[in-house]
Design a protein around this ligand. Sequence first.
Ligand code: HEC
Length: 134
Amino acid sequence: MKAVKNTVVAVLAVSAAVLVGGYASAQSTTVKDGVYTVEQAAAGKELYERRCGACHNADFYKTAFTNRNNQPLQYMFEEILVNMPADTPGSMMDSEYEIVFAHILSLVGYPAGDTELNYGNGSMADISVVPPGN
Ligand code: HEC
C-alpha cells in the first residue's frame, strides 16, 4: 500500500512540474529570445532606410520598446502596420513590414535567432516586449 501511495505522489509531482513548466515557457518568450532571423533583418535594411529612416533613429525605437514593456510584440507591430510610414500609412505589404520590423529589432540590439518573425501565424501575440539593453 505504501508503494502505491508513493507512486501516486510521484505521478502528481511530475504532473505538477509539467504544468508549471508549460505555463512558464508559454509566458516567458520575450523579444530577446531570437524572434527574427539575420536574413530578415538584412532583407529589411534598404526598405527601412528608404521608408522609415528619415523620421526615426535607433534611440527613438529604444524609447518606443521601453514604453511598451511587457506588451505583446504584436501591439507595436500593428501600430506600425496601420500608421507607418506616417506620410503613407499602410503602403507596404505585411511581409515588407515584417522585414522592416526585423531590421528595427536588430538596430535596437535584440538578438537574431532561428525563427522568422511572422505576423500571419499569430506568434507575435506570444512574444513579450522587454526594454532593450537589460
Ligand atoms: C514622415 C515621418 C515618418 C515616417 C516616414 C515614419 N514615421 Fe514612424 N512615426 C512618425 C510620427 C510623427 C510618429 C508618432 C509620434 C512619435 O511617437 O514621435 C511615429 C511613431 C512611430 C513609432 C512609435 C509607435 C509606438 O507607439 O510604439 C514607431 C515604432 C514607428 N513610428 C515606426 C516607423 C516605421 C517602421 C516606419 C517605416 C515603415 C516609420 N515609422 C516611418 C513619423 C514617421
